[in-house]
Every structure is written in structure tokens, then in C-alpha cells.
Design a protein around this ligand. Structure first.
Ligand code: NDP
Length: 525
């Protein structure tokens, strides 16, 4: 059983001493402390391999009853869960604020976005997963269908930065597709996971449909090996590789939502006020702890000076910590050290800090930081910073910006501002691009979300996200028996000769094949 400690009054950022790092109390329990002031929020058990295995076994039983229900029945229950979460929005937002450190506004907005996904997954599943008729081609006597079926039990491992929104991107779509789920939240935000699952238990008619297992890395590792039918992982690229290696032992398929180093491009004909607003929000929202944060901003030379000046003016208006803050606490003390290391490395290599900086870090609170004179060899450009830092880079042209935007091993989100932004967007090698806006794709439930390269593979959200949690089945049903059946040994003796003739007629350079090709070209326009 988890225990939750009543929250004390909120503390102001400036007064807060550096809070102690969250501790893993030996083997039996995990203490969750607030990154804001170090207060103990509650305790959860550390689940070992036996408990994780038992949870997956219970989920398997649940998955059979859940899969037997119709889409409409499942949607009704998912909507019940959505209502339960919405009815507890203030309580949950406070918990997210205390356990993760983000502001109450950001916590509420995260819950809002998560519920829009839950709502979408529930209502969309029947349509997205409806069987599709496809052509039999040459085997026109066959009725051909592609259908989508639940996989069974999905393991979901989530990070701490969006402890409601991110796991919901997998959980909602996996449940709507007819699966049961075993969820392992980050050790830094377990109580939020516990609350979500408590509300689910009261909403679903099937016991153990959504279960939680708590603990640190080893609990996640146990889930990888517990016989789930798919493992949906969201977290860092380094841990993602370990998860994939563990899953490889049992050929458990994986969905990898990993880190990013998202670029933003500002062309010289961009609406500058809009681009400044986008860059500041895109880099600093959630204290920069978003996989889709803007982490590199490439600005065309003619507007660069004005852009930098406007960004700095806006950033200096932002407040950190306290009741009216724009930016909350960093969730993880370890992440604070990564941000510090990136800033110090950049300064050593000649970058200029225009506001904020490593010197302005107090405990888990980092002042929003704008950096210029940044070069590609700096950690700030090569690795994920995951903090409130906006590096701005002057480029000679949009071509130059595109080349540099595509110059890292990551490829998650991106943004581009300018009059021709839409035409250029597809040249950014990334899973998602916002055009003349930032981060919008993540809030649009019908758009697939995921990356390429070190940002992972597979898609959550949208129809792709529903299908990700199904097995695709191809069915070929003979509707009419033909005199000659190629799927049989009972064929005439000269069959090879006759077949070779058919191959030449249909696919060679003779008149029938040419006419077919011409018809195909005309049809494609
Ligand atoms: P981590 O990779 O450190 O952890 C992610 C999850 O994996 C946690 O629940 C963690 O548990 C667990 N874990 C750790 N070790 C193992 C293991 N050996 N086997 C199985 N599970 C394990 O990521 P963070 O929590 O630090 O999250 C931040 C990262 O997540 C960033 O890189 C960010 O870019 C990425 N992210 C990606 C998103 C996307 O959709 N692409 C969205 C949000 C974040 P524990 O915390 O208990 O150690």
C-alpha cells in the first residue's frame, strides 16, 4: 500500500534550501519527496520481479475479459475514468505540483491535455481499428481483410517530466485498443501514478485492468522480462537502449519514446513577435523538461539581433518559484547538474550567457537562461539539456538552418517560422513539426507522436497510436474457386511454361504490360 503525506504550505523559491535527493529506502519502500522543498510526500513499496510477474499474470486474466467487450462498452468505462480524473483535477494538479515541481497551471494544463487524449482514444478506437477491405489484386477471387486485435498485456514505463500526460499517451490508447496495462512510473513521481490507478480501479468493471508497480530501475527491468506482449517505454535514450536489450531476450516488442534536441528555425520573413513568443515558451515551458522542448533556435542573420533582443526582454519578465511563478522547480537534482554542466561547458568554449546561467542556480531552481555564440561542439548543441535554456544561433540562410537542424542524432519534434515554413517543414528530419507555432502537435490527439534516430521509434497518439497496441492480421478468404489454383500441387504438367508466359504478359515489355503501366500512370495523375 502507498501512503501519502498531507502537503505543507507552498515554499518560495528564493528561500528554499537545496532539497535532498529522493531516497530509495533500502529494498522495501520508496520515499517520494518534493523537489520544491524536500518535504516527504509519501511512500510506495518497491516491487521486485515476483510482484511484477504476479501483476502481469493478473493483467492477463483481465485482458481476456476486457478484450471480449465491444468498443462501445470499453469507451463507456474509459469515459468513466476520464470523468473521475477531471472531477479530481485540483487535487491531482496539487499532487503533480508537489511531486514533480512544476507550477499548478502547468500541472492543470498537463491533466487537461492527458484527458483530451483519453477522450480521443476512447471515442476513436472503433473507427481506427475497424477491419479494412483491401484488393486481392491478381487473386481477385479472394476477399481480403486487414484487421486489428488487442495484443494482451502492455507494460508502460514512464518518465517524471510529464507524469500524467506522457504515460497516458500509451495507457489510454493501449486500453482503448482492448489491452490490459501494467504501469511503472518514474521513481521520482510514483504517487501521481498511484492516484491515476486508484481512480481507474473505481472506474473499470474489470479488476486489475490497469495496475501499477513501483520502484526504481530494477522494477522497470523486471517488467521488461515479465512476459508482457509489448513494452511502451518513455525516457532517456540511454535507458531506452537498456530496455530494448532486456526485451530482446524474450523478443518482446518495444515502443521507444526517447529524448530530443528539438530545433526551431526562424526565417527572415517570419512574424518576429510570434516567433519570439514561441521560442520562449517552447524552450522554457515545464522548466524546459520536455522531450519536445526547443533546445536549439536557428535565426536568419537579418533578424537575428532584433530576435535576441526581444527574447531576452521577454525572458527577463519570467518568475521562477513561488505562487505566481512561470517556471517551477526542476524535478530531479541530477538533471540540475546536467544543465549546470552544459552551461559551464558552453561558457568554457566561448558562449555568452545573456540572462540566467549556471551561477543563478539555487537548489532545484534554475533561472531561465539565454545563450548566444554557441558552436556545434558544445554539449548544449550535441546532447539533451532538459532544462530552461535557450541557445540562439545565427545562420546565413534557411538552407543553413535546415542543414544544422538535421545535424544531430535526435529527431523528435521541431518548429519553423516564416512565410514559406510549410513548404520547408518536411525537410526537417523529425517525427513532428509545428509550423508558425511550437509544441502544438503534442496537444492534437489525432496526430501521431514519436521520433526517429536516437529519439526512438513507434508512435503514440492518433490512429497510429491505437494500432501500435494491436497485432495486425491479414485474412484472405476464397470467394470463388478457379479452375487453376496456384496454391495447390494439383497443377498441369506444363505449368512452369504457362506461368512464364503470364509473367512476361503482365510484367514484361510487351503491349499488355505497357498498356497496364500507362493506365497506372494515368490513374496516379
Ligand atoms: P529515464 O530514462 O531515466 O527513466 C525512464 C523510466 O525508465 C523511469 O521509470 C525509470 O525508472 C525507468 N528505468 C530506469 N532504468 C531502467 C531499466 N534498466 N529498465 C527498465 N526501466 C528503467 O528517463 P527520465 O525519467 O529521466 O525521463 C526523462 C527522459 O525522458 C528525457 O530524456 C526525455 O527526453 C524523455 N522523454 C521522452 C518523451 C517522448 O515521448 N519521446 C516524453 C517525455 C520524456 P526510475 O525513474 O525509477 O529510475
Amino acid at each position: 500500500m502507498s501512503t501519502i503525506v498531507a502537503p505543507p504550505a507552498p515554499a518560495a523559491a528564493s528561500a528554499a534550501p537545496p532539497p535532498p535527493a529522493p531516497t530509495k529506502a533500502a529494498v522495501e519502500s520508496l520515499r517520494s519527496t518534493s523537489p520544491i522543498d524536500g518535504a516527504l510526500l509519501g511512500e510506495v513499496p518497491v516491487h521486485g520481479a515476483a510482484e511484477v510477474g504476479a501483476a502481469v499474470a493478473r493483467a492477463r486474466t483481465a485482458s481476456a475479459s476486457w478484450a471480449a467487450k465491444s468498443f462501445a462498452e470499453r469507451a463507456t468505462e474509459l469515459v468513466r475514468w476520464r470523468r473521475a480524473i477531471a472531477d479530481h483535477v485540483e487535487e491531482l494538479a496539487q499532487l503533480v505540483h508537489r511531486e514533480n515541481g512544476k507550477t499548478v497551471l502547468e500541472a492543470t494544463s498537463e491533466i487537461f491535455m492527458a484527458l483530451s487524449h483519453l477522450d480521443h482514444a476512447a471515442s476513436r478506437a472503433e473507427k481506427a481499428l475497424a477491419p479494412e477491405r483491401v484488393s486481392g489484386g491478381l487473386l481477385a477471387n479472394f476477399r481480403c481483410t486487414v484487421s486489428y486485435h488487442p495484443l494482451g498485456v502492455i507494460g508502460v514505463i514512464g518518465p517524471w517530466n510529464y507524469p500524467v500526460f506522457t504515460p497516458m499517451g500509451s495507457i489510454a490508447y493501449a486500453l482503448a485498443a482492448g489491452n490490459a496495462v501494467v504501469f511503472k512510473p518514474s521513481e521520482l513521481t510514483p504517487l501521481i501514478g498511484v492516484k491515476l490507478v486508484e481512480l481507474a480501479a473505481a472506474s473499470f468493471s474489470v479488476p486489475d485492468l490497469l495496475q501499477i508497480v513501483t520502484g526504481a530501475g530494477p522494477t522497470g527491468a523486471a517488467l521488461c522480462k515479465a512476459g508482457v506482449d509489448k513494452l511502451a517505454f518513455t525516457g532517456s535514450t540511454a535507458t531506452g537502449k537498456r530496455v530494448m536489450a532486456a526485451c530482446a531476450e524474450t523478443l518482446t516488442p518495444v515502443l521507444m519514446e526517447l529524448g530530443g534536441k528539438d530545433p526551431m528555425i526562424v526565417a527572415d520573413d517570419a512574424d518576429l513577435a510570434k516567433a519570439v513568443d514561441g521560442a520562449v515558451f517552447g524552450a522554457l515551458a515545464n522548466t524546459g523538461q520536455a522531450c519536445i522542448s526547443i533546445e536549439r533556435c536557428y535565426v536568419a542573420e537579418p533578424v537575428y539581433d532584433r530576435f535576441v533582443e526581444m527574447v531576452v526582454a521577454e525572458v527577463r519578465k519570467l518568475r521562477v518559484g513561488g505562487d505566481d511563478a512561470h517556471l517551477g522547480a526542476m524535478t530531479s537534482p541530477a538533471q540540475v547538474e546536467i544543465v549546470r554542466a552544459h552551461l559551464e561547458d558552453a561558457q568554457r568554449r566561448g558562449a555568452k550567457i545573456l540572462t540566467g546561467g549556471a551561477d543563478a542556480i539555487v537548489g532545484n531552481f534554475i533561472q531561465p537562461t539565454v545563450v548566444v555564440d554557441v558552436t556545434d561542439d558544445m554539449l548544449l548543441i550535441k546532447d539533451e539539456t532538459f532544462g530552461p535554456v535557450l541557445p540562439i544561433i545565427k545562420v546565413a540562410s534557411v538552407e543553413d538552418a535546415l542543414r544544422r537542424a538535421n545535424g544531430t542524432r535526435f529527431g523528435l519534434g521541431s518548429a519553423i517560422f516564416g512565410r514559406h515554413a510549410r513548404e520547408l517543414a518536411d525537410r526537417i528530419v523529425a517525427g513532428m513539426t509545428s509550423v508558425n507555432s511550437v509544441l502544438a502537435f503534442s496537444a492534437i490527439a489525432s496526430l501521431p507522436f514519436g521520433g526517429v534516430g536516437d529519439s526512438g521509434f513507434g508512435r503514440i497518439h492518433g490512429d497510429h497510436g491505437l494500432r501500435e497496441f494491436t497485432r495486425t492480421k491479414a485474412t484472405a478468404e476464397e470467394r470463388l474457386a478457379l479452375p487453376m489454383n496456384l496454391m495447390s500441387f494439383k497443377l498441369p504438367g506444363n505449368m512452369a511454361t504457362r506461368l512464364a508466359g503470364t509473367v512476361k504478359t503482365l510484367y514484361g515489355s510487351g503491349p499488355v504490360a505497357r498498356a497496364k503501366d500507362l493506365f497506372g500512370r494515368l490513374r496516379r495523375g
